[in-house]
Ligand binder design. Structure first.
Ligand code: FAD
Length: 408
């Protein structure tokens, strides 16, 4: 006899979303999580329309969070590599897809507490500890926590991040690699307007991406070689503001009032199985990608929603057939996306003329051909197949019109 239908480990945005979705479906859910968010996290996350629909389903959108978010009205790619093969600037405009915004940009330090509060309201049972050990049996899985509690359920959702203990307990191996890059994340005020446009400057050490926040403020993800990133981290606010000013080519006006900053070493990871032995991987336990094209958390929310979809109405939410279905569906979404991000990143880092020429030619095609551009935009928003129920547009069509504002 299990205490719970599901145990979720890890209270990052992926685990919290999974716990909320399952609790909303009437499941008895335990959440094992020592860390409860970090208000000083400098990251913002651009969540695309399907992820917004998930938040709407959870009752978190539109709501108090909305005032802290900014609609993403356009995405611009600028070639700043200095390469012989200079690519044209491309602007992706959601109006080409009949949308007013690709999605919204959220401060992660606000999104996590909002998900926490919702999970509590939905009756998720919290254990303020880490998972210390895991045992899997043919009909259940049990997790012993660092405070000695033993919880049993039919299934466990491993949302315990890139070094997942549960993934190891399931016997799932990974492919893992490092990039010779570190991302510096921060935010800043600027004297000019951003017009809701996110700009990804492609430079030789990786993208330098500004993402609009409310008012004249933007978040920044600046990928650099590790030594250079450490130098940037050590600069005074005024010195870093001057560097950011140069990086933006002054397009946003004068840069000031920097927020907290943090370095994130760039890694890639993909699990060889996405589910096995009554353990389902969600979020960075399953896949880690560099922050290019805002794919990481959007994929993770699809993991959570796909798991909830497949479990709906199942007497045994950890049965092998369900896990096999999850594995097949998530593999189809994650692997090609991860490969595309990897290729884009490596085409910047490699310095190989052939790759540079290929990237420039690809971007020129995108700039010129509307159908290709629209296909790439659609793909960037969500996969065309197997989109989980709560993320589909038609379901909420009437309501969506009400939440997509005409102006930022
Ligand atoms: C600079 C930057 C910008 C980004 N921008 C975007 C963006 O715009 N859009 C987007 O979609 N994605 C973006 N991402 C990716 C996104 O931030 C991550 O995908 C997401 O935060 C990962 O969430 P997670 O819940 O999977 O993992 P985590 O946030 O790492 O959560 C894992 C949790 O598990 C806990 N844990 C670990 N071990 C245990 C254990 N044994 N027991 C219990 N708990 C445990 C940890 O304490 C942690 O709280 C960005 C990433 C970076 C670095």
């Amino acid at each position: 006899m299990s205490d719970f239908d599901a145990i979720v480990t890890g209270a990052g945005p992926a685990g919290l979303s999974a716990a909320c979705l399952l609790a909303l479906d009437g499941r008895r859910v335990a959440l094992v999580a020592r860390e409860q968010g970090d208000a000083t996290d400098p990251r913002t996350v651009a969540l695309m329309q399907p992820s917004i629909r998930l938040l709407m389903h959870l009752g978190l959108w539109p709501g108090q969070l909305k005032a802290a978010t900014q609609p993403l009205r356009k995405l611009r790619l600028v070639d700043d590599t200095g390469s012989l093969f200079k690519a044209p600037t491309i602007t992706f405009d959601p109006a080409e897809l009949g949308e007013e915004a690709f999605g919204w940009n959220f401060p992660l330090g606000l999104l996590i507490p909002a998900l926490f509060q919702r999970a509590r309201e939905l009756g998720v049972e919290f254990t303020a500890a880490d998972a210390a050990s895991v045992n899997t049996a043919s009909d259940s899985v049990s997790v012993t926590t660092t405070v000695g509690q033993r919880l049993t359920a039919r299934v466990a959702l491993a949302a315990d991040g890139r070094n997942s203990l549960l993934r190891e307990a399931a016997g799932i191996r990974t492919n893992r690699w490092s990039y010779d890059q570190t991302a510096l994340a921060t935010s800043f005020d600027h004297s000019g307007p951003h017009d809701g446009i996110s700009t990804e400057h492609h430079r030789q050490a990786g993208p330098f991406t500004t993402v609009p926040m409310p008012g004249n403020r933007s978040s920044l993800v600046w990928m650099e070689r590790p030594a250079r990133a450490a130098e940037l981290m050590a600069l005074s606010d005024a010195e870093l503001a001057a560097e950011i000013q140069i990086g933006t080519h002054g397009a946003l006006g004068l840069v000031s009032n920097l927020g907290p900053r943090r370095l994130f070493p760039m890694q890639g990871l993909v699990a060889r199985d996405f589910a096995k032995n009554r353990i389902i991987l969600v979020g960075e336990a399953a896949h880690v990608v560099p922050p290019i094209g805002a794919q990481g958390l959007n994929m993770s929310l699809r993991d959570a929603a796909q798991a909830a979809d497949l479990m709906e109405g199942e007497d045994d939410p950890g049965n092998p057939g369900l896990l096999a279905g999850y594995d097949a569906r998530r593999r189809l979404d994650v692997q090609p996306r991860q490969q595309a991000i990897d290729l884009m990143n490596r085409s910047l880092l490699s310095g190989f003329t052939g790759l540079e020429a290929g990237r420039a030619a690809g971007m020129a095609l995108l700039a010129q051909f509307g159908p290709l551009r629209r296909a790439v935009m659609k793909y960037g928003l969500a996969p065309s197949a197997n989109l989980p129920r709560v993320m589909r547009a038609q379901q909420e069509a009437g309501h969506m019109e009400a939440v997509v504002p005409a102006q930022g």
